[in-house]
Design a protein around this ligand. Structure first.
Ligand code: AMP
Ligand code: MG
Length: 333
């Protein structure tokens, strides 16, 4: 498997110092609607500057910042994008195609109707959803270099890929600035780079969607680990829970018997795009896509507490022994 090189690496979210006397500096901020933690064997100023870059990217991509490239495109129907936004949109559309439309940035008007972009949640009626779905479809987006345009009624949101795309940019920036190792964590969208001074692996925990703590822990080399989960953003109405990952085929929260999908790959943007898309696709379609691919591994947690682990990552994933109600299954090619 080429994605997690056997370079012994670090531990996301946890052990951040005390390795051979070298100190891992950490900087935290709130951006892109989540807690961002940047860690590295470098001075604090380097991390603060990288944090400024996260802020700049948020300013380009947030649907809620009026001057952002994405907000301008949605408002005006066409826009000249920055190079970063054009790259993000181009990658997102390529992943829409690869996932058969399970990832679809044009789902935005539907998300907005459900209130997931404003936190004013409600369950839309069937007619409203059907009407909004007429304008949904990633093929409706025209992207020609940096020029983008949308038909009337169509709008986009890069939320499913933006954090991963940003993590790759930030890691590159830190590396080219001479940082030898570190962790870029954008709200659980984790990317590890370089080698820990003591040579040990990075440990990344996979959250237990049913309770506190972890369902298990990954020991990995330089790579990215990203989880999409139904527990991340949801509301309840009349005793029913509605989460934020929308199936573009129905305009409703994806109902595929999954609680979370964790994707492990070399690039964070790929992890982020796939974790959202595979959640929508459900276990059978997701493992079909995995079998015809060689650039990612995954761990799915189903609503009936099965841990489905793709074979390429199985020897690097340790289920939490205290969580006795889970059953673990390795999925083979
Ligand atoms: P993530 O946390 O990466 O799984 O992304 C979830 C976010 O992506 C949601 O909060 C929405 O903003 C957006 N989203 C939800 N469903 C989809 C979808 N099917 N395709 C693209 N973006 C989506
Ligand atoms: Mg995602």
């Amino acid at each position: 498997m080429k994605l997690c090189k056997l370079i012994p690496v670090i531990a996301a979210a946890a052990t951040l110092c005390g390795c051979g006397g070298q100190h891992m500096e950490q900087y935290q901020m709130f951006a892109m609607d989540t807690y961002v933690t940047l860690s590295g064997y470098c001075d604090r100023k380097t991390l603060e500057d990288a944090g400024e870059e996260v802020r700049r990217l948020e300013g380009l991509w947030s649907v809620n910042i009026e001057s952002s490239d994405i907000a301008r495109l949605n408002r005006d129907g066409s826009a000249e994008l920055s190079a970063e936004t054009a790259g993000l949109m181009s990658f997102t559309l390529s992943m829409s195609e690869r996932t058969g439309g399970a990832l679809d940035p044009t789902i935005y008007p539907v998300l907005r109707e459900w209130g997931f972009t404003t936190d004013e949640h409600h369950v839309p009626d069937d007619d409203t959803i059907a009407e909004l779905l007429e304008n949904v479809g990633w093929e409706k987006v025209t992207l020609d270099g940096r020029s983008a345009s949308l038909p009337v009624g169509t709008a986009v949101d890069a939320g499913a890929v933006a954090k991963g795309y940003a993590a790759d940019i930030i890691a590159e920036r830190l590396k080219s600035g001479g940082v030898t190792a570190g962790i870029v964590d954008l709200g659980g969208n984790v990317l590890t780079f370089g080698q820990k001074p003591d040579g040990s692996d990075w440990k990344v925990s996979v959250r237990d969607p049913f309770g506190d703590g972890a369902a298990g822990t990954l020991s990995v080399g330089e790579c990215s680990v990203v989880t999409s989960g139904s527990y991340e953003r949801y509301f309840e109405q009349d005793g029913v829970r509605y989460h934020h990952i929308i199936d573009p085929a129905t305009g409703r929260p994806a109902d595929t018997g999954l609680e979370s999908v964790t994707v492990i790959a070399g690039e964070s943007k790929l992890c982020d795009a796939l974790s959202t898309a595979l959640f929508v696709m459900g276990e059978d379609r997701a493992f079909d896509l995995w079998r015809e691919s060689d650039d990612f591994e995954m761990i799915m947690i189903t609503s009936d507490k099965r841990l489905l682990i793709s074979e390429g990552i199985a020897d690097r994933f340790e289920p939490d022994s205290k969580k006795k109600d889970y059953s673990a299954e390795v999925i083979r090619r």
